[in-house]
Design a protein around this ligand. Structure first.
Ligand code: GLY
Length: 596
């Protein structure tokens, strides 16, 4: 069995049962700030479980790339991964009342629950249309219930009806047979799992509850199904391989590492992390010290610290691109970005790495405190996993303590930067979060600032049009006399590119298109494609500014405003300088109208 064939069999099977194939979501969840990454297929559908009418189809099927940091310490053993693909089928909006109706009309807009979900899972695994696995190899588990949540006897009944003998139906605890929610709150419920030769391959979640932010379980008005089956593990089982690392999805990567003579565990870590690195960079992430960016840095440095790997890294990445290019559309320019990020990160890391290694080699300890581990990270840039690597197995590192120190610094940093933002806007006397304009600007200055603010949105759109969609805003500053815009880009713009950017903006000014805003739910706004590079800074209800009219939309951004009402008010736009702001970030200064 190949991975391509397996993906196809899965999708075909559920399409035949009236599921609509849905595109995977990005690895960075758009509207759930309480989770760093997409860790399960259901995440992008979270709202459909409580609001089924928001989804046209009540039955969906996906192949979702996932990234989990929870198992990062375990990567290297036979089973754990950070990056993997999950096969899943989903249903929303089930109630006892619509049950018979859905039986009559077995269609994409009718929902289903335990009976169909379990029957189809069984059919997929055992029938020749699916995987054709001998039923004798299969065991299942069912939630045994606990104080306030009943035993899932309905699932037991269904498994028995299918013909699974009693001794192969195991009862599991809440820890093993209850799933979700992702993030701080959301749908969740008991699960039933399928095992082949003792290896768990499929998790069927029955969302019967909603867990609120205080941890209370509330019976859900609508019930739903969410299943997850890891592609890599299934592929290993189907091909009789002991580990995922022996399947085609890792084999070439491991082979490429062979000449380095590394321990098996290290080969596996590298093979896993290289995939994570590519898929995170494809999400426009840059390595950094906070949140998602820190995770990317951690993956990068974890592999870079292993002797001889940096020189191989690009070649390994190219293998990953080849492996996934038919399945996923990578963003244009991602390879160019990757090359430059690897180089930059290596240069930056190398500056402190040797000193850090010397420091660590002198530590005569069998136990490194979280505080000390964090100090090493902040002084020498060596992430915790790489520290463990240097210290060797004999030393225990207090990961939980590290995490506490890290979070404390993260929080400190956040409040400093929030204060900085407030001071900047306030002190500047211009635009505050609520869109108020300080009275210390004269009416003329105010007009100029408005023009520059709208021109900033146009410049942003122009850069994406001329240089590529992966251009990402890193900061902006609007003043009456000029605007300043920072964005990710690997090199200086050519004269020709600058001219094209200016011409693009001036063409939109000439078109004299309207500028409007609507008040929107943040999640809806992000889903509609509005740009927001600091989504966590916006409130749940926010403004989305649109430049253009129907059929000719030029830009859509989350923004507090205010703006001009028509682009012609800007007059004219000119770039006055373009230079490097920091590694991988460019800074453009520009003026509008009669200010030059
Ligand atoms: N959402 C089901 C799973 O991740 O197993």
């Amino acid at each position: 069995m190949t991975s391509a064939k397996l993906r196809k069999i899965f999708i075909d099977f559920f399409e035949k049962r009236n599921h609509t194939k849905h595109a995977p979501s990005s690895l960075v969840p758009l509207d759930d700030p309480s989770v760093l990454f997409t860790t399960a297929g259901m995440q992008q559908f979270k709202q459909f479980y409580t609001n089924p009418d928001k989804s046209k189809s009540k039955r969906l099927v996906t192949i979702q790339p996932c990234f989990r940091t929870s198992d990062i310490d375990e990567v290297g053993d036979d089973t754990h991964l950070t990056f993997f693909e999950m096969l899943g089928n989903f249903s929303f909006g089930y109630t006892e009342a619509n049950r018979s109706k859905s039986k009559e009309k077995n269609q994409e807009n009718t929902s289903y629950f335990k009976e169909d979900a379990i029957q189809w899972a069984w059919d997929f695994v055992t029938s020749t249309q699916g995987l054709g696995i001998d039923p004798a190899r299969i065991e299942v588990s069912v939630f045994r219930g606990e104080k306030n949540i009943p035993l899932d006897d309905e699932s037991i009944r269904i498994w028995r009806k299918i013909g699974v003998p009693n001794e192969k139906i195991k009862l599991g605890t809440r820890e093993d047979n209850f799933w979700g929610p992702t993030g701080l709150e959301g749908p969740c419920g008991p699960t039933t799992e399928l095992y082949v030769d003792g290896i768990e391959i499929w998790n069927l979640v029955f969302n019967e509850y909603y867990q609120d932010a205080d941890g209370n379980l509330i019976p859900a008005q609508y019930k739903g199904v969410d299943t997850g089956m890891g592609l890599e593990r299934l592929l290993a089982v189907l091909n009789g391989k002991k580990t995922v690392f022996e399947t085609e999805l890792y084999f070439d990567l491991i082979e490429k590492l062979r000449p380095l003579g590394l321990a098996k565990e290290k080969e596996r870590i590298i093979a896993d992390h290289v995939k994570g690195i590519i898929f995170l960079i494809n999400e426009n992430l840059e390595p950094g010290n906070l949140g998602r960016e820190y995770i990317l840095r951690r993956l990068l440095r974890r592999v870079m610290i292993i002797e001889g790997v940096y020189a191989q890294l690009l070649a390994l990445c190219n293998l990953v691109f080849e492996m996934y290019q038919t399945q996923y559309r990578f963003n244009p320019g991602v390879q160019e970005r990757l090359t430059s990020i690897l180089e930059r990160e290596w240069i930056q890391f190398s500056k402190t790495l040797e000193k850090g290694k010397v420091y660590i080699s002198k530590l005569n300890t069998t136990r490194l405190s979280g505080e000390e581990a964090f100090r090493i990270y902040s002084t020498y840039g060596i992430p915790i996993d790489a520290q463990k690597d240097l210290l060797g197995d004999a030393t225990v590192v207090d990961s939980a303590g590290f995490e506490r120190e890290y979070l404390a610094s993260f929080e400190a940093h956040r409040s400093v930067s929030r204060a900085g933002v407030a001071q900047k806007f306030g002190g500047h006397g211009l635009i505050t979060k609520g869109g108020e304009i300080s009275s210390d600007l004269s009416p003329q200055e105010y007009e100029k600032a408005l023009r520059n603010h709208t021109a900033t949105h146009l410049l942003h759109a122009a850069l994406r049009a001329v240089l590529g969609e992966y251009v990402q805003q890193k900061g902006s500053d609007v003043a009456p006399e000029r605007l300043r815009f920072d964005f990710t880009y690997e090199r200086a713009l050519t004269e020709e590119e600058k001219k094209r950017v200016e011409a693009w903006v001036n063409a939109r000014i000439k078109e004299d298109v309207p500028v409007n805003f609507t008040q929107m739910d943040k999640g809806d706004a992000l889903r509609s494609g509005a740009l927001a590079f600091f989504p966590e800074r916006y409130p749940q209800k926010c403004k989305v500014y649109t430049i253009g009219d129907q059929g000719h939309q030029i830009s859509q951004e989350l923004c507090g405003g205010p703006h001009v009402t028509h682009t012609s008010e800007i007059g004219h736009f000119a770039i006055t300088s373009e230079k490097s702001s920091s590694a991988g970030v460019r800074r453009i200064k520009a003026v509008t109208s009669n200010q030059y």
